[in-house]
Write a protein that binds this ligand. Structure first.
Ligand code: TMP
Ligand code: ZN
Length: 391
């Protein structure tokens, strides 16, 4: 296979094995038709872009039953309001948000020209109900042709660009809609944060890429979008917000420093070390859970049926025998089974009314918000990011 950005041949450095769709929560009747693919990451030796070899078709992942609503977390609501305000400091006339989900960020642009483009019909509908202008569909170069001429000075996105496999086409589309002095500002989970914290569950079908400043610079400059700035963010356990423009050689000192800091990403040993760390985490998590349930007779329950949990549960081969259920506040996930290993997803009230001995924290990226809410929980927390621990 070839790198999606620069066409250099790439090889996977490890495999997580057979995986279902990360957000493929399903009913018992749907089990016979459940889809799987091989989850294996690779790093391009030329442009250093971290990517998965195989990705299911986009319309299998982003559809009318997409179970992720950005507004589910209060902390993320605040984060995206701040993101929008930062963009508005530049006095843009017209902002396009790619993958606007339920309008959590887009609604803050309602007082200026704005347009959201969102492929998942159910979440797009919520954004429209919030008074946002939204077109339901996938953004690509062809789509961009239909909105050229809108004087777009900012294209923004959050946790979206890493979902789009056809990076050259996306970049061409963004370049086409943006005015010459316009900016493309997007934030995504940050590869070095994943490597440092061993948050291997960031690797799943929707995350076709895990970006770094180096790979963003290399990949997008081929298509006429040049890295200008990058700002670290706390979201998703460590993200980076990238600002790109159409003119070359406009990098801030901060971006230059960041590229220097990332030298380690160009060494193959970095990924061999990650592979070893991931394999160790699997053994530790499995033995901890088996010890808790089979030896100590404790009840272990998952907290947050995150898309990331699909990688953990399937890679670590954890089943309803090990994890009684997963508690989640999202109505569309409740009453369903988790992808692949089929652990029941139950409403949060189940967790409150019948608390387990141990809660396995799948939603570790919302840790602060959850700990503030769960001060009354008398059981223990089982964590696997940054390492396996019981707290
Ligand atoms: P995310 O890690 O992809 O943001 O998904 C978080 C999931 O966890 C989402 O399904 C909502 C759920 N969740 C809870 O069940 N309780 C909570 O307190 C929070 C913050 C999230
Ligand atoms: Zn490449």
């Amino acid at each position: 296979m070839k790198c999606r950005a620069c066409n250099t041949p790439i090889e996977p450095f490890m495999s997580f094995g057979r995986m279902p769709l990360a957000n493929g929560f399903l009913t018992a009747e749907q089990i016979p038709t459940e889809e799987f693919y091989n989850l294996a990451p690779a790093v391009c030796p030329q442009c250093s872009l971290f990517q998965i070899m195989e990705q299911p078709m986009p319309d299998r992942m982003f559809h009318s039953q997409y179970p992720y609503y950005t507004s589910n977390s209060m902390a993320m609501q605040k984060h995206f309001e701040a993101f929008a305000n930062k963009v508005k400091e530049r006095d843009p006339l017209f902002v396009i948000e790619l993958g606007c989900n339920d309008g959590t960020m887009l609604r803050h642009f309602k007082d200026i020209g704005h347009l959201g483009i969102e492929p998942a019909a159910n979440v797009a509908k919520v954004a429209i109900e919030r008074g946002c202008n939204v077109i339901q569909g996938f953004f690509d170069h062809k789509f961009a042709q239909s909105i050229i001429g809108s004087d777009v000075n900012a294209v923004v996105a959050a946790n979206v660009i890493c979902h789009v496999a056809d990076l050259p086409d996306l970049a061409a589309g963004v370049r086409a809609v943006l005015k010459d002095d316009g900016l493309f500002i997007f934030e995504e989970p940050y590869l070095p944060a994943m490597l440092n914290r061993n948050s291997f569950d960031q690797v799943y079908d929707e995350h076709v890429f895990m970006f770094s400043a180096s790979s963003v610079r290399n990949a997008f400059s081929r298509y006429g979008l040049y890295l200008m700035d990058c700002e670290p963010q706390w979201a998703h356990g460590g993200s980076m917000r990238y600002t790109l423009g159409k003119q070359r050689d406009r990098m801030t000192d901060r971006a230059v420093d960041r590229l220097l800091l990332e030298a380690v990403l160009h060494q193959p040993g970095t990924y061999q070390q990650f592979k070893q760390n991931v394999e160790r985490a699997k053994q530790q998590l499995r033995s901890t859970i088996i010890g808790l349930t089979k030896i100590s007779q404790k009840r272990v329950v998952g907290y947050g049926a995150t898309s990331k949990s699909t990688t953990v549960l399937n890679y670590c081969e954890l089943t309803p025998d090990d994890i009684e259920y997963i508690s989640d506040t999202t109505p569309i996930k409740q009453g369903k089974l988790s992808p692949g290993v089929h652990i029941p997803v139950k409403p949060y009230s189940e967790f409150q009314n019948n608390p387990p001995d141990v809660a396995l924290l799948f939603a570790w990226n919302h840790r602060e918000e959850i700990m503030a809410k769960e001060t009354g929980f008398a059981g223990k927390w089982l964590n696997y990011v940054p390492g396996v621990s019981l707290t």
